[in-house]
Design a protein around this ligand. Sequence first.
Ligand code: ZN
Length: 298
Amino acid sequence: MYEFLGITLVLAMLLTVNAVATAAAAGVWHLLKRLFMNCSARTMAELLFAMRIGPPAIALVWIAAFMIPSYLVYEPYHTDEFVSKKLGTLAAISAVGIACAIWRGVRSWWATRSLLKSWLTNSTRIEIEGLTVPAYRMVHKFPIIAVVGTFRPRLFVAEHVLASLTQDELAAALAHEYGHMAAHDNLKRSLLRASRAALLIIPCGRSLDRAWAEAAEAAADEHAAQKSSDVALNLASALVRIAKLIPTQERPVMPSSSLRPFSCTPASRSYSRRAASSINGASTSSIRAPRGRWRTAC
Ligand SMILES: [Zn+2]
């Protein structure tokens, strides 16, 4: 009973602290997000990531540093305490959530591995000047430019994208991808997905996930556009060209650990917003781009 009670308490506490802290973080975000409007997109993305990952991290640290040692020291081995229905239910939900997170992580890794294998088989290695990661050209109905892989990133570009973009537009699009790689967005996306699965049916934190995804895209745009006003304009131009290549009524199959600036959203709304934001930034970045400009891409 001693070990069973301890495990039950740990599971219940993990879910409770994670859910309550995540709900609190989401509430704080909704209340204070207007205050962050003047932050850069990168700052906003990092803030959102911290607010989303902070709660489960705090729960794990608190349990490991305080709860387990206290239980081992103060709880008598031959305890008379028993697991109540409420505690048991919480612990069961928590255990299923952890199992779901592990399952989703394994399934996601396997699906990514399979699709990556398929893409590598059907693509051709290419050299792109200035690019420091392996790049591949492939035939795909969607206008894909995607960085795949968390620790060994590879860049895949659809052939019709290469044919459609000018050299400068392609360079601007790649600068956007470097923004994602510099921020380790693939790794962050995987952690967020696992964290969401661990909360199971408890819906708190999803608004933070969506806000982070938008901020991460805006931050990658910002990373590219801050190089110069020309890069900003070329990125806007690339977004418009790519948007025109997106087939309607279909969704692409993408590796879960990929970043897909130009293929994740079939609707053109996000592209037009991001293109407008790039042009907006370009008009001022020749002097000095205000850090808050890029927020409008969210
Ligand atoms: Zn992107």
